[in-house]
Design a protein around this ligand. Structure first.
Ligand code: A3P
Length: 285
């Protein structure tokens, strides 16, 4: 990959946002607190949507916070240089985000009661979403075609590494009391039940009308129009102007983009790499 990347434990990180020392420090010395709430996802799995939901649960549906503070300040990414700076000396409890694979995650989490919400999404949709995003990003290598991006994705030669390893690693924690797995597909199919499940996991009791507000302000349309959540404030040296972060917001868009041959090639690798996992874990199966 191009020299826009730095490598940490065999995984590529764009140097515009990452620093290898910070990645090491976040893994080895950051202290996760029992009260912390952490969103963990492989990129393009609906991370920002989950952040919006968690912030709105926190404020009982009041939109003031999500409309005045950008996503990356409300729930900083622990592994980015900027996010780490915001979190490291801040009194807890923290709400934060991470795309890190489990082996690079802050070690202190594994002896804590901090709550992780792990968001998953059909990897075919993750791939398509990432393809359109990377085409507009100016700090990463741009794929020329979907086929090229598919090759990188299946080899794990993309930022944050292999989707398969990420999901296998984090799902090994799924029976822990302090880990909740939430899928993008369940969120699109039944947002209310999924939000209620998250509230229960976090021990937050919201009234039905407060849940209504969480659903309203985290909806695709509201997020698309919220300057604090739609990436419109990102300078164009990072991201081309006019890119809407809320691109399509549906499950199954891959069917509009994969050829039959691509779908078959993807399936073959998927079956091999995910062998041993019960299909019921994955709503797209
Ligand atoms: P698409 O590119 O398929 O539209 P992440 O936050 O992990 O980077 O994921 C981005 C994906 O989540 C994008 O998918 C985006 O449209 C989708 N998304 C963001 N907010 C959403 C919302 N409120 N409802 C549905 N999808 C949403």
């Amino acid at each position: 990959m191009a020299d826009v990347y730095g490598w940490f434990e065999g995984i590529a990180f764009p140097l515009a946002y990452f620093n290898l020392e910070v990645l090491r420090e976040a893994r080895d010395t950051f202290v996760v607190k029992d009260e912390d709430i952490i969103m963990v996802t492989y990129p393009k799995s609906g991370t920002h949507w989950l952040i919006e939901i968690i912030c709105l649960i926190h404020s009982k549906g009041d939109p003031k916070w999500i409309q005045s503070v950008p996503t990356w300040q409300r729930s900083p990414w622990i592994e980015t240089t900027h996010g780490y700076e915001l979190l490291k000396d801040k009194e807890g409890p923290h709400i934060f985000t991470s795309h890190l694979p489990i082996q690079l995650f802050p070690k202190s989490f594994f002896n804590s009661k901090a709550k992780v919400i792990y968001g998953i999404r059909n990897p075919r949709d993750v791939l398509v979403s990432a393809y359109f995003f990377l085409r507009k990003m100016n700090i990463t290598k741009k794929p020329e075609t979907l086929q090229e991006h598919m090759e990188w994705f299946l080899q794990g030669s993309v930022i944050y590494g292999s989707w398969f390893e990420h999901v296998r690693g984090w799902l090994s924690m799924r029976d822990r009391e302090n880990v909740l797995v939430v899928s993008y597909e369940d969120l699109t199919k039944d947002p209310r039940s999924t939000v209620e499940k998250i509230c229960q996991f976090l021990g937050k009791k919201l009234k039905p009308e407060e849940i209504d507000l969480v659903l309203k302000y985290s909806s695709y349309q509201f997020m698309k129009e919220n300057k604090m959540s739609n990436f419109s404030t990102i300078p164009d040296e990072y991201l081309d102007k006019g890119f809407s972060f809320q691109r399509k917001g549906v499950a199954g868009d891959w069917k509009n983009h994969f050829t039959v041959a691509q779908a078959e090639a993807f399936d073959e690798i998927y079956q091999k790499k995910m062998a041993g996992f019960p299909p019921k874990l994955f709503p797209w199966e």
